[in-house]
Design a protein. Structure first.
Length: 114
């Protein structure tokens, strides 16, 4: 699987208090399951070799962030994943930036519990 072990470690630290139920290697990357649901993923961008995040945020959040230069809706083989957003590496270089994105995914996950 092609993804950064260092980025996976950074995310694990941020998820230490979350209910991570499983880590699964899939779709060429790594996915963190929180509360039994796919929440955060890491996948290497083709061509650049840089990692990108795949976050489950829901349609409202995707609409809000999709216009950012470093974000794009997830499209897997022509199939749009309505609840997921890709975030490129430039948007989470610092630990504070990564935490912001991870927190957004965790917040959406918690909202789904209600």
């Amino acid at each position: 699987m092609a993804y950064s072990k260092e980025l996976a470690s950074r995310i694990r630290k941020l998820l230490s208090d979350a209910n991570v139920t499983e880590e699964i290697e899939m779709m060429g990357g790594l996915v963190f399951m929180v509360n039994g649901r796919m929440s955060i993923g890491i996948k290497q961008e083709k061509g650049s070799g840089l990692d990108k995040l795949m976050l489950k945020l829901g349609q409202a959040e995707i609409t809000k962030w999709a216009d950012e230069a470093e974000c794009e809706p997830v499209d897997l083989g022509g199939r749009k994943m309505k609840a997921f957003l890709y975030v490129s590496a430039q948007a989470f270089e610092s630990d504070a930036e990564l935490k912001t994105w991870v927190d957004r995914a965790l917040q959406y996950n918690l909202e789904q519990e209600k």
